[in-house]
Design a protein around this ligand. Sequence first.
Ligand code: 2BA
Length: 109
Amino acid sequence: MKLVVAIIHNEDAGALVDGLLEKEYRATRLHSSGGFLKQSNATIVLGVEDDRVDDVMAIIAEHCTSRTQVVNPMPPIMEPGEFFMPYPLEVEVGGATVFVLPVDRFERL
Ligand code: 2BA
Protein backbone atom coordinates (compact mmCIF):
# COMPACT_ATOMS: atom_id res chain seq x y z
CA MET A 1 0.00 0.00 0.00
CA LYS A 2 1.06 3.60 -0.64
CA LEU A 3 0.15 6.95 0.85
CA VAL A 4 -0.35 9.55 -1.86
CA VAL A 5 0.02 13.15 -0.68
CA ALA A 6 -0.93 15.70 -3.33
CA ILE A 7 -0.55 19.45 -2.80
CA ILE A 8 -2.86 21.17 -5.25
CA HIS A 9 -4.67 24.44 -5.92
CA ASN A 10 -7.64 25.09 -3.66
CA GLU A 11 -9.86 25.64 -6.72
CA ASP A 12 -9.12 22.12 -8.02
CA ALA A 13 -9.66 20.32 -4.72
CA GLY A 14 -13.45 19.84 -4.91
CA ALA A 15 -13.35 18.40 -8.44
CA LEU A 16 -10.43 16.13 -7.56
CA VAL A 17 -12.10 14.71 -4.44
CA ASP A 18 -15.29 14.14 -6.47
CA GLY A 19 -13.27 12.45 -9.23
CA LEU A 20 -11.60 10.17 -6.69
CA LEU A 21 -14.89 9.33 -4.97
CA GLU A 22 -16.47 8.49 -8.33
CA LYS A 23 -13.90 5.71 -8.64
CA GLU A 24 -14.39 4.72 -5.01
CA TYR A 25 -11.10 6.06 -3.66
CA ARG A 26 -11.26 7.34 -0.10
CA ALA A 27 -9.53 10.67 0.32
CA THR A 28 -8.97 13.33 2.97
CA ARG A 29 -8.73 17.01 2.12
CA LEU A 30 -6.56 19.17 4.35
CA HIS A 31 -6.33 22.94 4.28
CA SER A 32 -2.71 23.96 3.82
CA SER A 33 -0.68 26.89 2.60
CA GLY A 34 2.48 27.17 0.53
CA GLY A 35 5.68 28.21 2.25
CA PHE A 36 6.78 30.42 -0.64
CA LEU A 37 3.60 32.20 -1.70
CA LYS A 38 1.96 31.95 1.74
CA GLN A 39 -1.34 31.41 -0.05
CA SER A 40 -3.81 28.72 0.86
CA ASN A 41 -3.74 25.51 -1.10
CA ALA A 42 -5.14 22.04 -0.48
CA THR A 43 -3.46 18.79 0.45
CA ILE A 44 -5.20 15.57 -0.52
CA VAL A 45 -4.15 12.45 1.34
CA LEU A 46 -5.20 8.96 0.27
CA GLY A 47 -4.12 5.44 0.95
CA VAL A 48 -4.20 3.17 -2.11
CA GLU A 49 -3.08 -0.26 -3.17
CA ASP A 50 0.22 -0.26 -5.08
CA ASP A 51 -1.37 -1.26 -8.38
CA ARG A 52 -3.82 1.67 -8.23
CA VAL A 53 -1.26 4.44 -7.77
CA ASP A 54 -0.98 5.08 -11.53
CA ASP A 55 -4.75 5.39 -11.82
CA VAL A 56 -4.79 7.89 -8.94
CA MET A 57 -1.98 9.87 -10.58
CA ALA A 58 -4.02 10.01 -13.80
CA ILE A 59 -7.07 11.30 -11.91
CA ILE A 60 -4.90 13.96 -10.23
CA ALA A 61 -3.45 15.00 -13.60
CA GLU A 62 -6.95 15.18 -15.11
CA HIS A 63 -8.32 17.53 -12.44
CA CYS A 64 -5.34 19.71 -11.51
CA THR A 65 -4.02 22.41 -13.79
CA SER A 66 -1.00 24.67 -13.37
CA ARG A 67 -1.53 28.40 -13.05
CA THR A 68 0.54 31.52 -13.12
CA GLN A 69 0.38 33.63 -9.96
CA VAL A 70 1.71 37.11 -9.41
CA VAL A 71 3.77 37.78 -6.29
CA ASN A 72 4.63 41.22 -4.99
CA PRO A 73 8.09 40.99 -3.43
CA MET A 74 8.52 42.37 0.09
CA PRO A 75 10.35 45.72 0.08
CA PRO A 76 13.82 45.56 1.65
CA ILE A 77 14.72 47.61 4.74
CA MET A 78 15.47 51.02 3.28
CA GLU A 79 17.97 53.68 4.25
CA PRO A 80 16.75 57.30 4.13
CA GLY A 81 16.83 58.54 0.55
CA GLU A 82 16.78 55.05 -0.98
CA PHE A 83 14.08 54.09 -3.42
CA PHE A 84 12.55 50.69 -4.10
CA MET A 85 10.48 49.93 -7.19
CA PRO A 86 8.44 46.76 -6.56
CA TYR A 87 8.22 44.67 -9.73
CA PRO A 88 5.52 42.01 -9.49
CA LEU A 89 6.96 38.55 -10.09
CA GLU A 90 5.20 35.82 -12.06
CA VAL A 91 5.42 32.33 -10.57
CA GLU A 92 4.21 29.16 -12.28
CA VAL A 93 2.46 27.00 -9.67
CA GLY A 94 2.25 23.40 -10.79
CA GLY A 95 -0.99 21.53 -11.12
CA ALA A 96 0.03 19.20 -8.31
CA THR A 97 3.05 18.37 -6.18
CA VAL A 98 2.70 14.69 -5.40
CA PHE A 99 4.56 12.47 -2.93
CA VAL A 100 4.06 8.69 -2.92
CA LEU A 101 5.14 7.06 0.35
CA PRO A 102 5.27 3.42 1.43
CA VAL A 103 2.79 2.46 4.14
CA ASP A 104 3.99 -0.01 6.80
CA ARG A 105 0.58 -0.65 8.25
CA PHE A 106 -2.99 0.41 7.56
CA GLU A 107 -5.98 -0.30 9.79
CA ARG A 108 -9.51 1.00 10.02
CA LEU A 109 -10.66 0.31 13.56
P1 2BA B 1 4.51 27.46 -2.47
O1 2BA B 1 5.60 27.11 -1.52
O2 2BA B 1 3.67 28.63 -2.12
O3 2BA B 1 5.20 27.66 -3.91
C1 2BA B 1 4.43 28.13 -5.01
C2 2BA B 1 5.30 28.18 -6.25
O4 2BA B 1 6.35 29.12 -6.05
C3 2BA B 1 6.01 26.86 -6.58
O5 2BA B 1 5.15 26.03 -7.34
C4 2BA B 1 7.23 27.32 -7.34
O6 2BA B 1 6.91 27.57 -8.70
C5 2BA B 1 7.54 28.65 -6.69
N1 2BA B 1 8.56 28.54 -5.66
C6 2BA B 1 8.50 27.85 -4.49
N2 2BA B 1 9.62 28.01 -3.77
C7 2BA B 1 10.42 28.82 -4.49
C8 2BA B 1 11.72 29.36 -4.28
N3 2BA B 1 12.43 29.09 -3.17
N4 2BA B 1 12.22 30.17 -5.26
C9 2BA B 1 11.53 30.44 -6.37
N5 2BA B 1 10.28 29.96 -6.62
C10 2BA B 1 9.74 29.16 -5.70
P2 2BA B 1 5.19 24.45 -7.14
O7 2BA B 1 6.61 23.97 -7.18
O8 2BA B 1 4.25 23.87 -8.14
O9 2BA B 1 4.67 24.18 -5.66
C11 2BA B 1 3.30 24.37 -5.29
C12 2BA B 1 3.12 24.14 -3.81
O10 2BA B 1 3.44 22.77 -3.52
C13 2BA B 1 4.07 24.95 -2.91
O11 2BA B 1 3.52 26.23 -2.64
C14 2BA B 1 4.12 24.09 -1.65
O12 2BA B 1 2.95 24.27 -0.86
C15 2BA B 1 4.09 22.68 -2.23
N6 2BA B 1 5.43 22.13 -2.45
C16 2BA B 1 6.19 22.22 -3.55
N7 2BA B 1 7.33 21.55 -3.42
C17 2BA B 1 7.31 20.99 -2.19
C18 2BA B 1 8.23 20.18 -1.46
N8 2BA B 1 9.42 19.78 -1.97
N9 2BA B 1 7.88 19.81 -0.20
C19 2BA B 1 6.70 20.19 0.33
N10 2BA B 1 5.79 20.97 -0.31
C20 2BA B 1 6.09 21.36 -1.56
